[in-house]
Design a binder for this molecule. Structure first.
Ligand SMILES: [Zn+2]
Length: 414
């Protein structure tokens, strides 16, 4: 047993696979079940656990992946966005450095306890943080991304020749296969007895581009379902959750529905009054123009009262919440020391940006903007392949996506 952040976790008795299906809004599962293309998940509805959980805020990839592998909210592990403004230096930085992760991960503790651990991600930017603290190398853990599957080494990733292992070349960065490759690599590792605890983190490429009932989305989730069936066949316990949901953020005519908050604030309070940071920003922005529904506002002119800024933004149509630093840290369990002066979230249909010139909307290439980040994308699936152990809490109202390792390791019937 290991203990981390106040929770204990049994060592896996059989291969245990936890999947973060990036951007898998429950609507995708519902649409797939309605279309009859998810027979494995439909079976879990009867014989396993089929529930909904709340993701951590902001509903972005890095904060939630770190929450899942630590079993704790961002206030504990310190990763509160994909991108941030460093309060000390004023520099705008990507949150991909493992040194930013506070404390251990379940994966690192399990590996240190002698469990064969494998963490596989779609995008390499997440790989180093998930691998934080993992002892990689001979006899140690495996940690790699499908994005860089062609350059894995035993020393750095604990594995080599991944393309040969999976049986195809590494997928395109912008493809559904970037995720399927992760799942297939996990299947090979279980088949070969090389991993006992697996964390497989996918990409939300399909969900950003396609609504739940579109053929591309149905085909992708059908392909996911068939991999779940294979893991079950191999005797694995499988848990599936998501880092965030996904909503349409476009107007009736198809243009993105965006409020450029830095433009709005500087028009009201004077040029340079505020800097707005979009923590969704990452190098993987082709399909969302770096627009999400959660931004951080830093006041640059001390003479402007924060309350005046907040009062000005609150009534804007499409704004869900405007919170002070303290309110945001308390309500969303965020690290107070890293938090901005104000936090603003968009509603179900609204994305928030910084300045119109900073966001390349042409990158959407005619697609309706689908994105996430706010409280309207907090509801995610929480699925287990096996029935819960007697007495294990079934569907508590406060179920969180980052309880998935707890449920998969401690909660299933023997
Ligand atoms: Zn994501």
């Amino acid at each position: 047993m290991i203990i981390l952040h106040g929770r204990s976790y049994e060592l896996p008795k059989r291969p245990t696979v936890v999947i973060c299906a990036d951007g898998c809004d429950p609507a995708y599962i519902e649409a797939g079940i309605a279309a009859g293309v998810l027979p494995t998940i439909a079976g879990w509805q009867k014989t396993g656990l089929y529930a909904l959980a709340k993701a951590a805020m902001p509903t972005f990839t890095n904060p939630n992946n770190l929450s899942i592998v630590t079993g704790a909210p961002p206030g504990v592990h310190g990763i509160a966005g994909n991108f941030a403004l460093d309060r000390a230096s004023g520099a705008e930085i990507m949150m991909t450095d493992p040194a930013m992760v506070r404390g251990d991960t379940i994966l690192a503790r399990m590996s240190a306890s002698g469990v064969a651990v494998a963490a596989i991600t779609a995008k390499d930017k997440l790989r180093r943080m998930l691998g934080n603290g993992l002892k990689i190398g001979a006899g140690g853990a495996i940690c790699f991304s499908s994005e860089h599957a062609d350059r894995c080494t035993l020393a750095e990733h604990g594995i080599d020749h991944v393309e040969a292992l999976v049986g195809r070349p590494k997928p395109d960065m912008y493809s559904a296969d970037l995720s399927l490759f992760v799942l297939d690599a996990g299947i090979r590792l279980v088949e070969q007895g090389r991993a006992q605890l697996l964390y497989l983190s996918l990409s939300d490429y399909v969900q950003h581009g396609h609504a739940p009932d579109e053929p591309e989305a149905l085909a992708f989730h059908q392909a996911l379902d068939s991999r779940l069936a294979r893991f079950e066949e191999l005797g694995c316990v499988v848990g599936v959750t998501a880092d965030h949901g996904m909503n349409d953020k476009a107007l009736f005519d198809g243009r993105p529905h965006v409020i450029f908050l830095e433009d709005v604030l500087n028009a009201e309070f004077g040029q340079g009054a505020a800097r707005v940071i979009c923590p969704i920003t990452d190098p993987f922005v082709r399909h969302h123009g770096a627009l999400g529904s959660f931004v951080r506002v830093y006041r640059r002119k001390a003479a402007v009262p924060l309350a005046a800024m907040a009062d000005m933004m609150r009534p804007l149509p499409g704004v869900d919440r405007v919170l002070t630093r303290e309110e945001a840290a308390a309500l969303y369990e965020l690290p107070l020391d890293l938090e901005a002066d104000l936090v603003v979230t968009g509603d179900r249909n609204t994305a928030l940006g910084a300045t119109a010139t900073e966001h390349d909307l042409s990158a959407l290439a005619g697609h309706r903007l689908r994105s996430h980040g706010g409280a309207f994308e907090q509801t995610v699936p929480f699925l287990l392949s096996r029935p819960l152990a007697a007495g294990y809490p079934g569907r508590p109202a406060a179920l969180r996506n980052f309880a998935i390792f707890d449920y998969a390791l401690n909660g299933v019937a023997p």
